[in-house]
Every structure is written in C-alpha cells, then in structure tokens.
Design a protein around this ligand. Sequence first.
Ligand code: C2O
Ligand code: CU
Ligand code: CU
Length: 460
Amino acid sequence: MSEEEMMDMEGMEMEGDPEPVELKNSTGENELVLPPLLEPENEKGIVYNITAQKGTTEIFDGVQTATYGYNGSFLGPVIRLTEGDTIKLRTNNALSEATTFHWHGLDVQGAGDGGPHQLLQPGETKEVEFTVNQQASTLWFHPHPEGATAEQVYNGLAGLIYVEDENSKNLALPNEYGVNDFPLVFQDREFSNDKQLDYQAVLNEDGTLGDTLLINGTLNPKLTVRKEKIRLRLLNGSNAREYTFKLNTGDKFQQIGTDGGLLNKPTKLTEIILTTGERAEIVVDFSKYKPSEDIAIINENGAVLLPFKIDEQKSNSVDLPETLNNYAVTEEERNLPVTKKIELFGMGDMVTINGKKFDMNRIDFTQQQGETEIWELYNKPDMMGGMTHPFHIHGTQFKIVSIDGKEPPASLQGWKDTVAIQPKQTIKLAVKFNNKGVYMFHCHILEHEENGMMGQVEVK
Ligand code: C2O
Ligand code: CU
Ligand code: CU
C-alpha cells in the first residue's frame, strides 16, 4: 500500500464509519430465486393475506437455517397493486413474538401504516383497507416493532410491493416478471459457523454488516437474461450497508425510477448509490453483449454481487420511451419557507434527532393533511466527522428541493421516501401527507432507528 493510500484509509476512519466488512464475491452457482407473486384471495374485494411466520430455509446446500418470512420461510412475496384500486391487506402474526406490518413508501392512513404503535401480538390478525393513491413504483414492507425491527428484518421479514398506474401500463418498458423485469433485494448477512443467523451475536450499534450477500435470499446468485433490455428493481433491504452498484465493464445503464415513481426520462449512469431502504429501477441493455462475455453487477470495491449469464436467444430490444413522467418541484414549493428543522446527530447508541431520542408517547411535529411543508434536514458532524444517515418518512413520497442549496442530481429528481444525508449536508424536502395519523420519520440504518434516531409527526 502506498503512503497516499494509507493516508486515505486513515481519513476514512476519521469519518467515524463502522469498521468496513467486505463482501465476498458471488460464485454465481445458484440461479437467482424470484419471490412469488401474491394473488389476491378475493378478486372483487381484492384481499391479500400476509402472514409473518417462522421457518427453516436451505440457504446453504444441505443445511437448514432458521429464518422468518411472509407466507413462506424466508422473505416475502410481491404484492401487486394498481392505482385507484381499493384493497384490503389482511395481516396475520404467526410468530411467537409481537410484530407490525409496515408498508414502506405507501400512501396510507397512519393507523394502517404499521409503525411501532400498531403491534400485532402472536396469533393476532388485522386488516388495513385503503385506495391505492400513488404512482407506479417499487415499494416494500417489513416489520417495525420498537426494539425488534432490526432483528426481525435481519431474520428475513421483508417483501415487495409493486404499484402500477395508467401511465406505467401504457409505457413500453420491460415489464414481464421474471423474464425482462426482475426484483433484486440486496441484503448482507453474517452467518455463524453452523450457518445460522444470530443477530444478537453480530449486532453492531452503528449498523450490522455481514460478509455474505444474499439477493432475494439467494446465496451466490447469478441471473440468466436474454439479449435485450432488462429492467432491474433494486432494493437495498440491508440493515445498514450502503451499496454503489456498477457494471464490471464500466458500461452505462439507465435509471428509470426512484423510490416512489418513474423519473421524467431515462437517465444514463455508470453507478448508483443506494442506502438502506432506498430503491431504484434501472435498465441494462444486454443486447450488446455476447453470451461468452462476463457481465456482472459489482460494488464500489469490485466485489461481484450478481454475475449474469447471457442467453443466446435474441429478442428485439426496443428503445426506451423518451418521456416517462411529469415530476417537478414547483416554483411555489421552492419559495415556501422552512417550517420543520431536523438535525441528525451522533453515532452508535448516541444517535439523536433534534437532540432527542425516540419516545412513543411524544409527538415531535404536527402537520395539516394535504399541506406541503418544507422540512430542512441537517446532518451535524461530530468530532469523528459523523456518518451518512438514510432519512426516511412514513406515509408519504416527498420531493428533494435542494441539497446544500443546489438542485439534486438527475437520479434524485423523482418521488422519494428515503434520502441519504452526508455529514454537514443540508437537504430541503417538500413534504405532503395525503392521509391523517401518526407517522414515523427516522434513520433507516435499523440499529440507529432502534437506538432512538426516530421521531413522530402527527397529521391532522
Ligand atoms: Cu422502511 Cu420506518 O421504515
Ligand atoms: Cu417506512
Ligand atoms: Cu443513522
């Protein structure tokens, strides 16, 4: 290592980030598992049954790992919703501990949002009914009980929600599930010697990391694709790890969506960073590669996350539409005064928001239903420099108005529910809630959330 590199490394440590745990390369020996699509119980009333349960899963050949899952032993299905539909989510807790069902990114009334107030005891069932009122997007669901969110997610409770709308249905985007449209749920885990998940043994107060990446729960995954444009719906479902996704060739891909909607137009990128809770939809053009080529998604350190196997089969790859959406931050929104200030501070179990730790019995802010307010986030550095916090708000999709006074990059000019804020940064958000109730806002590093980096806004 050169002296310069050493200096760089020291610099990194000064930032106070947790010890890096490098990810192992995927050997590509297992074909990626696709989550099942959840069919409604009843077409007319559109009722979906979702059960949190325990089970065992063969993640490693010939070994049963104790895991949690929704409607299965590990992870969950994809719930597909269409804007305008009135649906019922019937949630059941078959675990031996309390849990909640939180719909991350869904525009739903506070009482049905599944925050820490809506505990389901073992054996309990609860229904949430609502009309889907948001744009085509890739959302997700996971538990949120106070003190056990991080562990339950770690054990496998996470599923996806796809929203479609009139616009997305009419756009010529790849949308054949498992053919040219794939979900990729990225989660790092640390397995014990006997290949079990022992959260308490590996818990890191600053964010639990593992050296083993699972995608959709698959160890050492590969994905077989045809020579065409392939849509990948990326979810960072890790407890804490941040990923920079790139292609090993350095080639560009196109981003088409953010957390809560499509971008206005496909945006060319060579890499995309996702912090925990964030999603992005990207399109990779495989028509230009030969089946013999080694193409893979790698991370910032070059670790192979997902190698692709390219099928001989040629299919006609159409161009992506030029216009996908009509998202905009309006002049009016730009001129609104800041009415809520959020200061994120600390690390480990010393994390706070506005100097306070989460209290279930304290409402931190109120906001009027349907009214847009400007929330100003500030990540206050500490003596160690501070760390990046993924800031998330429940029950809404917001707009990023500015980052340090400047327009956000193209890949953040779309509906968001989680935004990474680096030390010393100031970010302004335009936030509107369409429903009433109490909603959480928090750092999505699940251990920071558990350590109290969370507050509540009551929408009246
Ligand atoms: Cu993924 Cu409180 O949320
Ligand atoms: Cu959420
Ligand atoms: Cu944090």
